[in-house]
Design a protein around this ligand. Sequence first.
Ligand SMILES: [Zn+2]
Length: 307
Amino acid sequence: MAGVLLLALASAGAAPDRSLEAGGLSVAVRDLSSGRADQSATVRDVPSGGPGQSATGHSPRAGDRELPAEARGLWGDGAEVVRGVRSVVVGQHAAPESLRDLARRADTAGSRVSAVLGRPVRPVVLVPGSAAEAARVAGVGSVDGLAAVADGGRVVVVPENFARLTPTGRDIVLTHELTHVAAGTKRLPVWLYEGFADYVGYRDAGLPVRVAAAELAAEVRAGRLPSELPGSAAFAPSTREPVRLARAYQEAWLACRFIAARFGEGTLVRLYRDAQTGGIDQGLTRLGLSAGTLTARWRDYVRDQLA
Ligand SMILES: [Zn+2]
């Protein structure tokens, strides 16, 4: 697991469609501790079928040998397994209804990622019993303020925080993290892998760009355009500037969204793969771009989309 933490927050009430992915630890801490999320997050678990029925009607119990490798050896008798159409969800002492809901969402996330990558994606989602167990399973020191973490072939849900998201927020988080899992992040600039994960996450989420990129839109309306693509420092979860962190995700998202809009989604995917094998500069060269020309055209796009 490498720098692929994400939090999605949601606010509802007066503006029920506003579901923003804040994209950072500091934002998470601020908003979760302010009580705003408590009041605003909409939790919707849709029970269906009776206890002991999986999303597809098969037995929820399965021997470890029948599970994907990423889901084996967890929680002994406390593990509950629910299979979706293309997903496997393993919970620790979790309510079957919430696991079935997650399996449906993981199926949706899987089909969204698959549609972009052009190959089957089979999500493995783990639902530990607590944030502390999520941190242990993911091998990270803390998951404070995070809704889910991408970790070695699987998405690990942080149950307390995930439960506070709106349905739209849950789908975006699962899709974002699953994109990291399926597409990989190694050898890539952070703006490309975070922007790509948000590109896939928001692609079918139905949120207007000015809503999803609210913090960046405020900057643009104030006459301030970002000068360069966000570097790794801008994504550091220890940043004390949570709004800046949110903007970093939004800037990266719009860079990928620009490439898909201008050159086509297939070209964005090819750039991602080219950058993994030959580096980002070589990938951009195939598009007739340099880091400088991409930056200039991305700035124009940000202004056009958000002004
Ligand atoms: Zn991410």
